[in-house]
Design a protein around this ligand. Sequence first.
Ligand SMILES: NC(=O)c1ccc[n+]([C@@H]2O[C@H](COP(=O)([O-])OP(=O)(O)OC[C@H]3O[C@@H](n4cnc5c(N)ncnc54)[C@H](O)[C@@H]3O)[C@@H](O)[C@H]2O)c1
Length: 299
Amino acid sequence: MVSLDFTGKVALVTGVGDNLSFAWYIGKALQAAGATVVLAVQPRRLDIVEGFLTGTKPDDVEARALPGGGEFKPAKLVRMDGAYDTMADVKLDEMSDANRRHYSKYTEDYSISGAIAAVGQQFGGIDILIHSMAFSSEITKPLIETSRKGYHEAMGISAYSLVSMVRAAAPFMANRPGGASVVGLTYVAGERVVPHYGGGMGTCKAALQMDAKQLSWFVGDKNIRVNLISAGPYASRAARAINKDFDKLIQHAADHSPLRRPIEPEEVANTTLYLCSPLASAVTGQIVYVDCGYNVMGT
Ligand SMILES: NC(=O)c1ccc[n+]([C@@H]2O[C@H](COP(=O)([O-])OP(=O)(O)OC[C@H]3O[C@@H](n4cnc5c(N)ncnc54)[C@H](O)[C@@H]3O)[C@@H](O)[C@H]2O)c1
């Protein structure tokens, strides 16, 4: 019998911005399955995430409840900015005043390579790496209106960050008992035209998908698997804030999906568990659709 017991596994989870993020549900599911969960959080969101992890309001407490009992308590939170591969990339003088005020106070290495090395060294390795980050400052602009600067920024944070993370984590993930697993999040807009998904984000997801396939080759010899989940639309706080019609979009997808309903974030988390488990030991370089079947439809 193959089990979903992740006891003794170390999971580094990016992309928790609040308690509705896909990564929040993924972190909870991994902890519930026994993993030690470390969150690598966008630097300025660290205090916000800590607030969700310690808040005493009934909603906060309920959001931390683990499937099967217990409370979501990551072993550690570290700052990590997906825009920077090393601290040499950080240019304080090019930041907005607000960002510079915050970033100039951080004393630790919050680059991808620095944050991942710190976690890998402290926890003696990494078994599971979750890439659940995306950003476009021009997401509300259609692709044709998107500036070169905005497009490159979106590609760097939303797509190249996976390459950078896998490079930094590979030494800590190599030849772990039972193998190691990288899981990222993509969207159907990486393969089909979704006009409102602006700022170059569709292109970012297309790049992310091809990068995941290539990365599966480059780390496969170390028994590290790389897969993506293509999730159906889901009203995370960010998604709803960006698009005032997001609920209509979710309804459209639900009406046109074989299962005739929207996805739940727990379904993305459950598929992540599967992909990180021995059940998926020969699955790598794949895009797994958790979208109630929406992607197969022609309407
Ligand atoms: N919500 C949806 O409908 C949907 C559908 C398919 C795929 N996805 C993907 O799922 C992933 C998670 O999105 P979500 O819906 O949970 O929204 P979210 O806003 O909760 O998560 C996005 C995360 O990216 C992080 N981030 C942004 N810029 C960063 C940076 N420079 N460094 C580090 N982290 C940074 C944010 O802090 C945030 O936690 C994204 O890749 C998104 O594209 C979302």
